[in-house]
Design a binder for this molecule. Sequence first.
Ligand code: 5AD
Ligand code: SF4
Length: 466
Amino acid sequence: MPTPVTISENELREQFTYIDAIAGSIRDKRPRAYTHTFGCQQNEADTERIRGMLHQMGYEMTDNTEDADLVLFNTCAVREHAEDRAFGNVGALRQLKKRRPEVIIALCGCMVQQDKNVEKIKKSYPYVSLLFGTHALWRFPSLLYRVLSGEKRVFDIGGTDDIAEGLPVLRGQGAKAWLSIMYGCNNFCTYCIVPYVRGRERSRRPEEIEAELRELVAAGYKEITLLGQNVNSYGKDLALDLDFSDLLRRLNAVPGDFWLRFMTSHPKDASPRLFDAMAECDKVAKQLHLPFQSGSDTILHRMNRGYTAGEYRALIADARAKMPAITLSSDIIVGFPGETEADFEQTLALVEQTEFDLLFTFLYSPRSGTPAASYEDDATPAEKQARFERLLRAQDAIVERKQAAYQGKRLRLLVDGMAKGPDYPFTARTEGNLLVCVRGEGLQIGDFIEAEIEKTTLRCLFARKL
Ligand code: 5AD
Ligand code: SF4
């Protein structure tokens, strides 16, 4: 595997000259930018970098498209629904652009990395003036400069898999931060568009990751989530003797009071070695998101997942043996082409036996260009919907039981936001990432507190600070 290439300092420096040039030309106008992110945490992290560049150009951020001079959508292609929503949102800007033709409308992310979407935007959304794919993100300053200089439409979906280090980042305020450790995916699950839109796996160098973690801790972030499509294959492309478990140990040694999380893990690469490292590292939260997608070996094989349901069960057993209190979550696809009632029953059985704390359940959505899009699919939408609902009901019953078992327990929590109700005004997370609403004196976002669970519902625990 070739070692990942980092964008050269010269090329990056050129982008910073565009940032400065834009800053010089718009300084007096105090322009505003609105951004919205669809999709996964990787996309959120990308938007933070775009916002970082905008901030350095002198843009203020706004939550309202009405007073924005630049509106940017960072899009997702993982399911049709995500694409429909992005197109719907862009369509809704038609009126805004009519009223204020000077507004710049920009689209980026996974969806625009696909030719069919680019064609559609070219034809049907003429007021989109800037479009760039995931590989061109670091070139945003030069692309925006061209638009600001009067070019009608600037489209850039080219680029390579190279890594851009040193871009500015504007993170959200609060206790939580994303930290990308790798980009892309090599797995080619037959349903998934990600490898086509985000390119091959490439790992950031450990010293860059550690330096960023130290910055985050110094800036007061308390929950740092390491991001990658498949974090368990971290380091395979680096010419270093280092895997993800080693990286966890190295990051765990960074001084400070914080929790480290990571996502997403792939069962084919998760290993007893990983669970040993998790168990050993005090700052690594005992929480694991390990998508299994289907409980049927036939379906898993046709998804190209590289493991069986039995192997998955063995992994979970090992993780629980090493970390008895670990919380588990997973992703499931219902209605993959060819899924029979019997296949589905196996998924249901795995859910009922494993007792996950949280499940993300998706109806299969064909993605053109992926192998599964041409597989024969004979289950009707109504049959798929019925399976989907059975799964949700089964999972709700499990979660209700598990939540009720927290009644009266004392836990360490991280206060991370404001809640809606007046009785429990703050939100917090357990180490296992369960949602808690809290009350008590002197609560502040970013605090670790000891609390006692006073009541529980299906979606939330309610606690009092001790
Ligand atoms: N249809 C439905 N769900 C999908 N996912 C990925 N691709 C598809 C698809 N084509 C789900 C998987 C993955 C999660 C991020 O999205 O469960 O783990
Ligand atoms: Fe994330 Fe995949 Fe959606 Fe891209 S397509 S935003 S990688 S979930």
